[in-house]
Write a protein that binds this ligand. Structure first.
Ligand code: NAP
Length: 284
């Protein structure tokens, strides 16, 4: 055996698994993480990633049955879950969610504002109902989440809040006036919260995903007859792939790993920042 292969074998023998220091940096062991929008897509994947990292996960969404399914997936990782159906656009319900999380485990270490809705409409046709619906969930919901989390985290002098924006929050596109402005607001929300709550040991960052294959995006490929239009999907996905230097679209787990990084101590030097898992379609 030559010297190089000898050294390589010795290194392999001592580093068969991830180094404990790295494990600790990404671990949420002993922590409680609240995830909104956890009944579907990116929220569900985030809840699972937090569970895989060892957290007790408090899952919140409008849909109780979907939350129970998420809780089953969380528990399959060996972690524990608390299910709390919540409408994030209602401040009182978000405050109840925080109280429920504290009742379950006595603490909140991580709060992920993932719940969101989209309405596509040209500016000139935008209805007040659509604008209100988008702002109520995407912006107001995230603000109430930050406030509820901040109130608890301030008392323990530590915590990480992760808000979900979108490429649309920074890159203009037609028909997205309600959605894109709400997500631009989320990016600035994280910065203000980071500035205001940083002195209490609380971090606040944004994940701004590109196009991800989730029920939210799949809904746009349902035809007028209610049937899923595979041709429409393929065409839309091809367009998105063409925008990426990697020729990819995102999967929920791609975003969940960014959510985990910002939740964990691995990112303890980051606050007020935007992390952009988007396949390279937009580089700021
Ligand atoms: P999704 O599959 O539709 O999941 C979002 C979940 O949030 C759904 O269960 C939704 O319920 C729920 N929700 C809606 N309004 C709520 C409310 N008032 N209170 C509590 N929960 C509520 O969407 P997703 O694609 O995973 O998106 C998750 C987040 O990522 C959103 O903030 C979205 O804007 C953002 N994002 C997504 C993409 C993408 O390409 N998918 C890209 C960039 C950013 P309903 O099904 O009833 O609406």
């Amino acid at each position: 055996m030559d010297m190089i292969s000898g050294l390589r074998d010795a290194a392999a023998a001592t580093h068969r698994s991830m180094h404990p220091e790295l494990v600790a940096a990404f671990s949420l062991e002993g922590r409680t993480a609240v995830v909104t929008g956890a009944g579907s897509g990116i929220g569900r994947a985030t809840a699972i990633a937090y569970a895989q990292a060892g957290a007790h996960v408090v899952v919140a969404d409008l849909h109780a049955v979907a939350l129970t399914e998420t809780a089953t997936l969380v528990e399959a990782t060996g972690a524990t879950a608390t299910v709390l159906p919540t409408d994030v656009s209602d401040k009182a319900q978000v405050d109840d969610l925080a109280r429920g999380a504290v009742r379950a485990t006595g603490r909140i270490d991580v709060w992920a504002n993932v719940a969101g809705v989209i309405r596509n409409s040209p500016l000139l046709d935008l209805t007040e109902a659509d604008l209100d619906a988008v702002l109520a969930v995407n912006l107001k919901g995230a603000i109430w989440g930050c406030a509820a989390a901040g109130r608890i985290m301030k008392s323990t002098k530590r915590g990480s809040i992760v808000n979900v924006a979108s490429t649309g929050g920074e890159m203009p596109a037609p028909t997205l006036v309600a959605y894109a402005t709400s997500k631009a607001g989320v990016i600035q929300l994280s910065r203000v919260v980071a500035a205001e709550l940083g002195p209490f040991g609380i971090r606040c960052n944004t994940v701004a995903p590109g196009f991800v294959d989730t029920p939210m995006t799949q809904r746009s490929w349902v035809g007028a007859d209610g049937a899923f239009d595979e041709t429409k999907r393929t065409a839309a996905v091809d367009v998105r792939r063409a925008q990426s230097p990697l020729a990819v679209i995102g999967q929920p787990a791609d975003i969940a790993y960014a959510m985990l990084y910002l939740a964990a101590d691995a990112s303890k030097f980051m606050t007020g920042e935007v992390l952009r898992p988007n396949g390279g379609v937009f580089m700021a």
